[in-house]
Design a protein around this ligand. Structure first.
Ligand code: F6R
Length: 231
């Protein structure tokens, strides 16, 4: 695990965005593992602005997670990715994948058949979750359905007119075992609220109370933070 520090989220986003552009430049058929949420947005913006003549038309993507039975279509993670990245590059949206309850094991198999994920982008929850793998998740979990915790529902209600009853109660997520198979992983944290989770992640062993700590022995993981997170 390598800790990489930046002054602000724009610089952190440029680091990750440029890394993705370079991977696609070197391998136009790269397989990208993508995340939603606020954290990766500066990286996606950077890609949109600095892609130059790099083509994403043969790139394949696998997103970390997706809501089940989402009441507001605009809040699905597929829509988020369309708005924040896919519509700004020349990717073929047929090559973009999101997990679904009908194909749980099939999602892991599809990733394997695509040759595995070259780079997995991760944000982190205040409680250390990655994807929707909440505290207590097993290290070898594959893609699975999760019931969202009360704290996640509360955190997400801002996207659902502040109405808890509109927030989906279940989602599908890549498991910790699925995530750990990625060849390279970049986990980003850019707000102070992530401090405790990042300290635990860097703790040097797998602590089930902080799912991200499962990355402690991964062969190529960058933990990218701003000064706000760790001085
Ligand atoms: C998103 C995801 C989540 C977020 C995490 C942090 O696909 O899987 O684990 O990365 O909740 O969210 P933000 O970036 O909004 O703080």
């Amino acid at each position: 695990m390598k800790l990489v520090k930046f002054q602000n989220e724009k610089e952190a986003g440029a680091y990750l965005g440029q890394m993705i552009i370079d991977i696609v430049k070197a391998n136009p058929k790269a397989v990208l593992g993508l995340a939603t949420g606020s954290t990766p947005i500066p990286a996606y913006q950077y890609i949109a602005e600095h892609k130059g003549d790099v083509s994403f038309k043969d790139v394949v993507t696998f997103n970390l997670d997706e809501y089940l039975d989402c009441s507001i279509q605009e809040q699905t993670y597929r829509q988020f990715m369309h708005d924040n990245l896919f519509s700004k590059i020349d990717i073929d949206e047929k090559n973009t994948h999101f997990p679904d309850r009908k194909e749980l094991d099939a999602y892991d198999e599809l990733i394997d058949r695509a040759g595995g994920i070259d780079i997995q982008v991760l944000g982190i929850g205040n409680n250390g979750h990655i994807g929707f793998n909440e505290p207590g998740t097993e290290a070898d979990a594959k893609t699975h359905v999760v019931e969202l915790t009360e704290s996640t529902i509360q955190a997400n209600k801002r996207f659902f007119n502040d109405d808890v009853s509109l927030v989906p109660t279940h989602a599908v997520t890549m498991g910790l075992g699925t995530i750990r198979k990625a060849k390279k992983i970049v986990l980003m944290a850019t707000t102070k609220s992530k401090h405790d989770a990042i300290v635990k992640t860097l703790g040097g062993s797998f602590d089930k109370s902080c799912p991200a700590s499962v990355l402690f022995d991964h062969q190529d993981t960058d933990i990218v933070v701003t000064n706000e997170v760790i001085d």
